[in-house]
Design a protein around this ligand. Structure first.
Ligand code: G3I
Length: 358
């Protein structure tokens, strides 16, 4: 992929951060043959750079500002970031015409300072809408104008700084019917093509995605998305990729995942795993942590084994800030690092999934 070689070269020529130098010294004691470049290759981002793909993490604004152990792991291991909440509509325009870009700008600046790309998330979604929009009783024509203006403003603001946008998020029900939302109910399915066209006009270089969950397997929902994607491409709509969120339960990575991603890739679309986490009933046993490690490897290989896989993003860095326990009662331990930033077996699984020789 074009960004790869350049990114790899940039990384190889950049001085290692102090923490990495410290780790390098420690690693060199055990493995004297390691060179600085070889050490860099043993981080997640080192492997990803070497393959020309992204390894990303969803980033919360609060730990980004206040937790140096968090940013140390983030910057050492990941070459891509996604704003967990900071680019959503309720965050950037809490009152009509009253914008707050502080958290989103902070992440974009952080990424730029640490050689990371930014995935933009998300422009047209049913959730995390500000109340002025949700409760505004706008007409279809007003909503159309509001959505266009939102996309123009946000994509325009980060033009050249966001390499891919989740333009449309979570538009299907599990049975493949269109999910009810402010956009779907008032504007009909045509809002999807419009949103993609507006985003493309605002930043022609950004890759534009439809993103969803429970579409990793070959099922009714992914079939419906496949049909929609095919139609959008036939209509010349600028759709460039499909984001497979991949919020999994331990031991349940779908067996049809790779074949399913391949059929989208075969349409000429990029495929990306965009929100990977693998939750475990708490407390997690050592068997479950080992299974989770195998699952991280399988899930990442299911994407990287497909021609147009652009990369993998995990939905958080450490279990300390994961959304899982707050939403799935009794579950947790879903991410590669534990709450004290020790790498879990899941880290090794993900690392082995990225390492073509493992
Ligand atoms: O910003 C408010 C804050 O003002 C308020 O004081 C506080 C009190 O609860 O809530 C804050 O909002 C929270 C928001 O995250 C920002 O921290 C919401 O309560 C909380 O529900 C929200 O959760 C996010 C969730 O999306 C909302 O839908 C999670 O952090 C985030 O991880 C999650 O991410 C989604 C993806 O965008 C799409 N795919 C599924 C994924 C997991 O649900």
């Amino acid at each position: 992929m074009p960004h790869t070689t350049a990114a790899h070269r940039r990384r190889a020529s950049r001085p290692l951060p102090l923490v990495a130098v410290g780790a390098l010294v420690a690693a060199a004691v055990a493995l004297p043959q390691l060179t600085p470049d070889a050490f860099a290759a043993t981080t997640l981002r080192g492997y990803a750079d070497g393959r020309g793909v992204r390894i990303g993490a969803a980033v919360g604004d609060s730990p980004l500002r206040s937790d140096s152990a968090y940013t140390t792991a983030l910057d050492r291991e990941f070459n891509s970031v996604t704003a967990e909440n900071a680019m959503k509509w309720d965050a950037v325009e809490p009152s009509r015409g009253g914008f707050d870009w502080a958290a989103a700008d902070r992440l974009v600046a952080h990424a730029s300072a640490h050689g990371q790309g930014v995935r933009g998330h998300t422009l047209a979604w049913y959730a995390q809408l500000p109340s002025w929009l949700k409760n505004g009783n706008f007409s279809a024509s007003e909503l159309n104008t509001i959505l266009k203006s939102h996309i123009d403003t946000e994509v325009g603001r980060y033009k050249g700084k966001v390499y891919a946008w989740d333009v449309v998020n979570e538009t299907f029900n599990e049975d493949g019917s269109m999910r009810g939302s402010l956009w779907q109910d008032k504007l009909g399915t045509g809002y999807i093509a419009n949103a993609l066209r507006w985003a493309h006009a605002a930043d022609p270089a950004a890759k534009l995605y439809i993103n969803d969950y429970n579409i990793e397997a070959d099922n009714a929902k992914s079939d419906a998305l496949y049909a929609l994607a095919k139609q959008l491409l036939a209509d010349g709509v600028p759709l460039h990729g499909i984001g497979f969120q991949s919020h999994f339960v331990v031991g349940q990575v779908p067996s049809t995942m790779k074949a399913n991603l391949k059929r989208f890739s075969d349409l000429g679309l990029e495929v990306s795993v965009t929100e990977l986490d693998i939750r475990i009933p708490l407390p997690a046993s050592s068997d479950e942590l080992a299974q989770q490690s195998a699952d991280y490897k399988t899930a990442s290989e299911n994407c990287l084994g497909v021609a147009r896989c652009a990369g993998i993003t995990v939905w958080g860095v450490s279990d300390k800030y994961s959304w899982i326990p707050g939403t799935f009662s009794g579950y947790g331990a879903a991410l590669p690092y534990n709450e004290s930033y020790a790498a879990k077996p899941a880290y090794t699984g993900l690392s082995n999934g990225l390492d073509p020789t493992a």
